[in-house]
Design a protein around this ligand. Structure first.
Ligand SMILES: O=CCCCC(=O)O
Length: 485
C-alpha cells in the first residue's frame, strides 16, 4: 500500500500563526483509510483554547494582510496555485488515502481546488467601489468595499481541497485572514495545502488550520467577537445550529448545505446525452457530493428506455475498488454510517414498491464498499425522495407532463442543484425559471466551475461561493458621505 508517511507534504499537526503545533491536551484523532480501515496517521484534536489562539493570530495578522495591494495578495495566491499544480499527484494521493475517492478523481479535485485560487487572485484586483449621484449639490456619495475581518471556516470531508480553497481563496483575496477547521476524516489534505500556502508566502496568522473537536471549535469561532464571518459547507442540521450560534455577535454567514437534486429527463431529450450526464453527476465521488443526482425524474414515455441505457452504462462503466488501484472509478463510502444509509434507502424503496434493476447490496469487497444500484418505480413516499442518499443509488421516478415534473422536483425543503435534459428552447426557459434551486444544469450533469456562483436556496443554504459573488461574501460595503462645505 502507498504510504502517507513517505509524502513530503504529510503534516500531522495543526497550523496556527505559522507554527506546526500539537493539541494542548496532547490528544490525537486517528485518521482511517476508508478503503482498508487502516489508520493512516493521527492529527491533533484541538479544542477551544487553541482555536482562540488561532483567532487572535488571525486578528493580529489582519492589518498587514489587508494593507497589501490587491496585486500583492493576488501574486501570493497565484504562487499557491502554481504549487498546488506542481504537487498535484502528491496531494491527490493524500486525498485518496484519507477520503477514498479514486486517484484520477482526486487529481481532478486538486486542479478544481487550485482553480479557485487563480480565480480569486484575478478577482482581487476587481474589488471596485462606486460613486452615486448625491441628493445635495455640495455632497458626494462614495461606496467602498473593505474586508469583513477574521473568518472562521468549517469544511467537509467529501471535497477536502476544493471546499477549502473556495473559501480561503475568496477570504484572502478580499484581505481577510482565516481559521479553517477541516473535517476530522480528511485533515491531511488541509495541512498539506497549508504547507504549500506557507511556501507561497502566505504570512503567518493569515491562514490557520485547526483540526479537532467540532463543537468546541465551532463554539470558539461563533463566540468570538473578533470573528466577523462564518462560512460552512456540510449538513443542513449543523448549518442551522451554526446560524443560530452566529447570531450572538451577528456574524456574517454563508452556508452551503444539503441538497436533494432532481435530474429531469423530458421525452424530447437526447437520451444518450442524458445518460452520460446522469453518470457524471450521480457517480461523482461515489455519489457523495451535495450536487449529485438524488432523484431521476423521467417522462413516462421514455422511462423504460432511459432505465435500460442507464443500467447498461452502470454495468459497463463503473468499477468499484480501492481508489489507489488503476481503473477504479468508484471508491468506498466514507464510513459505515454512509453504507448503512444507502442500504436503508434501498430497503425502504423496495419495501414501498420500487423495482430493483441493478445491485441492491454491499459490494463483495466488504467494508465501506457498496455496489452501484438502480431502482425504478420510485415514489415520493420513499426515503430516497426525501433525504440525500449520499451514495451510489440511482432511483428513477416517472412523471406525465412538465407541470408534474416541476412539482415533483420542487417538492422538497432543499434547493441546491437541479438538472434537466430537453431540446425545446421554450421549455428550457420555463423549467429553469420554475425550478426552486440555486444551480440548474441544462443538458449537462456537471455544473461546478470557479467562475460560477455556487449555492442553494431554501434549506440548502445562504450565500454563494465562487464567481465574483463569492468574493462579495467576504467584503463589507461602506458608504462615505462627503460634504464639500
Ligand atoms: O458537497 C458539496 C461539495 C461541492 C462540490 C462542487 O463544488 O461541485
Amino acid at each position: 500500500m502507498e504510504s502517507l508517511q513517505n509524502s513530503q507534504l504529510f503534516r500531522p499537526f495543526a497550523y496556527i500563526d505559522g507554527n506546526w503545533v500539537a493539541a494542548d491536551s496532547g490528544e490525537q484523532i486517528e485518521v482511517d483509510n476508508p478503503a482498508t480501515g487502516e489508520t493512516i496517521g493521527t492529527i491533533p484534536r484541538l479544542g477551544r483554547a487553541e482555536t482562540e489562539r488561532a483567532i487572535e493570530a488571525a486578528e493580529a495578522a489582519f492589518p498587514e494582510w489587508r494593507a497589501l495591494t490587491a496585486q500583492e495578495r493576488a501574486d501570493i495566491l497565484m504562487k499557491w496555485y502554481d504549487l498546488m499544480l506542481e504537487h498535484q499527484d502528491e496531494l491527490a494521493l493524500i486525498m485518496t488515502l484519507e477520503q477514498g475517492k479514486p486517484l484520477k478523481e482526486a487529481a481532478g479535485e486538486i486542479v478544481y481546488a487550485a482553480s479557485f485560487l487563480r480565480w480569486f487572485a484575478e478577482e482581487a484586483r476587481r474589488i471596485y467601489g462606486e460613486t452615486v449621484p448625491a441628493a445635495k449639490g455640495n455632497q458626494r456619495i462614495l461606496v467602498t468595499k473593505q474586508p469583513v475581518g477574521v473568518v472562521g471556516a468549517i469544511t467537509p470531508w467529501n471535497f477536502p481541497a476544493a471546499m477549502i480553497t473556495r473559501k480561503v481563496g475568496a477570504a484572502l483575496a478580499a484581505g481577510c485572514p482565516i481559521v479553517v477547521k477541516p473535517a476530522s476524516q480528511t485533515p491531511f489534505t488541509a495541512t498539506a495545502m497549508a504547507l504549500l500556502a506557507e511556501r507561497a508566502g502566505v504570512p503567518r496568522g493569515v491562514f490557520n488550520v485547526v483540526p479537532g473537536q467540532a463543537s468546541e471549535i465551532a463554539a470558539a469561532l461563533t463566540e468570538s467577537p473578533l470573528v466577523r464571518k462564518i462560512t460552512f459547507t456540510g449538513s443542513t442540521e449543523v448549518g442551522r445550529s451554526l446560524m443560530s450560534q452566529a447570531s450572538q455577535h451577528v456574524q456574517k454567514i454563508s452556508l452551503e448545505l444539503g441538497g436533494n437534486a432532481p435530474f429531469i429527463v423530458f421525452e424530447d431529450a437526447d437520451l444518450d446525452a442524458a445518460v452520460d450526464g446522469a453518470m457524471a453527476s450521480k457517480f461523482r465521488n461515489g455519489g457523495q457530493t451535495c450536487v449529485c443526482v438524488n432523484r431521476f425524474l423521467v417522462q413516462s414515455s421514455v422511462v423504460n428506455a432511459f432505465c435500460e441505457k442507464l443500467a447498461a452504462a452502470m454495468n459497463s462503466e463503473l468499477r468499484v475498488g480501492d481508489g489507489t488501484q488503476e481503473g477504479v472509478n468508484i471508491g468506498p463510502l466514507i464510513d459505515s454510517d454512509g453504507v448503512e444509509k444507502v442500504s436503508r434507502h434501498i430497503d425502504d424503496a423496495v419495501e414501498k414498491g420500487a423495482e430493483l434493476l441493478l445491485g441492491g447490496h454491499r459490494h463483495p469487497l466488504g467494508g465501506n464498499f457498496f455496489t452501484p444500484t438502480l431502482v425504478s418505480n420510485a415514489n415520493q413516499d420513499m426515503l430516497v425522495a426525501q433525504e440525500e442518499t449520499f451514495g451510489p443509488l440511482s432511483a428513477v421516478f416517472s412523471f406525465d407532463d412538465e407541470e408534474d415534473a416541476v412539482a415533483m422536483a420542487n417538492d422538497t425543503p432543499f434547493g441546491l442543484a437541479a438538472y434537466f435534459y430537453s431540446k425545446d428552447l421554450s421549455r428550457v426557459w420555463h423549467v429553469s425559471e420554475a425550478l426552486e434551486y440555486g444551480i440548474i444544469g441544462i443538458n449537462t450533469g456537471l455544473i461546478s466551475n470557479a467562475a460560477a456562483p455556487f449555492g442553494g436556496v431554501k434549506e440548502s443554504g445562504l450565500g454563494r461561493e465562487g464567481g465574483h459573488q463569492g468574493l462579495e461574501e467576504f467584503l463589507e460595503t461602506k458608504y462615505l458621505c462627503i460634504d464639500l462645505g
